[in-house]
Design a protein around this ligand. Structure first.
Ligand SMILES: Nc1ncnc2c1ncn2[C@@H]1O[C@H](COP(=O)(O)OP(=O)(O)OP(=O)(O)O)[C@@H](O)[C@H]1O
Length: 351
């Protein structure tokens, strides 16, 4: 029988992914990564739901404590990034370094199993012509999580199954109900796990970073107001600045070194290009000449036409057909050819 290790968070998506594979005849082993202390998904509540699901399916369930790894690669990464004036994206980093990497390693080394599955909404296909695994958007575009998965290596993609990639979310709920899964009616997680477990990103950061009062200035250096720490702001932010001005003002630079938040009008936060580092090429090998693609510079943004110019050291320059608003250092830029993820990386600081 084909064996698969299914990553279980205790939510309806991973539960249904496990149930589908179980009903397809796979020998399923449930695996929950213990990511952090506290209540909520990825913590003890999630583990109990995952254990109950495995009991219901009659499959084994294992828990691996990787709280130290999560602390180093996600919590410390976020705190260091925010204090340096960038807005790091934890999810793609978490998928590669905390979830898929350790899951595949544990499956191979401890369970003698070479396949893993998760409840992500994305698809993987193998291209015979190039010998590469391709990452594709989910059929349910509203749930598509390919943006967060661009950093997976070929080895990890080769080992992974996404049983929900061809389904609409409503199908997932229906299948969960048909199978009578205990998690069938469990509400969706609405936000980043750290935001859910701490109430807000501000509350999370306040646990690690002390308030540090500084000036909010315009591009000429004129003081317009005060802030309580650059880590509380993000590029393109308009609300919550506490400044009265004739025209709308946006955060255009976070100068952590001088503890200043710089604001300006919309034109100052709209750029024709940016550079991207730590690039991972997914569905195609790194090209030697510029390519045309469609890029997303944040999770919910619409893919927009771009020229991707390869640079040295796993970097690229993105030149947008239309200048883009609020390009945020630390967030991922992921470029597609239609539904296919070509590559992605982390937007670099450009001040
Ligand atoms: N702590 C964990 N241990 C093992 N696998 C996990 C864990 N957290 C998430 N995953 C896997 O990653 C997938 C996507 O996680 P995400 O945080 O986006 O949850 P989700 O879309 O709300 O899914 P779910 O409904 O399963 O919680 C999950 O479906 C699951 O397979």
């Amino acid at each position: 029988m084909k064996k698969v290790v299914v990553g279980l968070s205790g939510g309806v998506d991973s539960s249904t992914a496990a149930a589908i594979l179980h009903h397809q005849g796979y020998e399923v082993i449930g695996l929950t990564l213990w990511l952090m202390k506290g209540k909520g998904q990825c913590c003890s509540e999630g583990m109990i739901d995952a254990a109950e699901l495995c009991e219901q399916l009659g499959v084994p369930h294992q828990v691996v404590d990787i709280r130290d790894l999560f602390q180093t690669h996600i919590v410390d990464y976020l705190v260091t990034g925010y204090s340096a004036g960038i807005t790091p994206l934890p999810c793609s980093q978490c998928n590669k370094t905390v979830k898929f990497g350790p899951m595949v390693q544990y499956a191979r080394e401890e369970l003698g199993c070479d396949r893993i599955a998760t409840g992500h909404y994305a698809r993987i296909s193998y291209d015979e012509a190039t010998g590469r695994y391709q990452l594709l958007r989910a059929v349910d575009r509203n749930k598509d999580q390919s943006y967060f998965l661009y950093d997976l290596s070929q080895d990890l993609l080769a080992a992974t199954i996404f049983p929900l990639g061809e389904l609409e979310k409503t199908d997932t709920r229906r299948i969960a109900t048909e199978y009578g899964l205990k998690t069938a009616d469990k509400p969706e997680s609405q936000d980043l796990c750290l935001v859910e477990s701490n109430g807000s990103m501000r509350a999370f950061l306040d646990k690690y970073l002390a308030p540090k009062t500084g000036d909010i200035v315009d591009v000429t250096g004129k003081i317009l107001g005060q802030h309580d720490g650059v880590h509380h702001y993000t590029i393109g932010q308009r609300k919550g600045l506490g400044i009265a001005a004739a025209e709308p003002l946006y955060v255009i630079e976070l100068d952590a070194e001088n503890n200043k938040v710089v604001v300006g009008d919309r034109t100052k936060v709209t750029q024709p290009e940016c550079t991207v580092g730590r690039v991972n090429w997914v569905s195609i090998a790194e090209p030697s000449t510029p390519i045309h693609a469609q890029v997303q510079i944040r999770y919910r943004s619409t893919a927009t036409p771009v020229t991707v110019i390869p640079l040295e050291n796993s970097r690229v320059r993105l030149v947008f057909d239309e200048p883009q608003f609020s390009i945020t250092p630390g967030q991922a830029a992921v470029w597609y050819d239609g539904e296919k993820v070509l590559g992605g990386g982390i937007i670099e600081q450009f001040s």
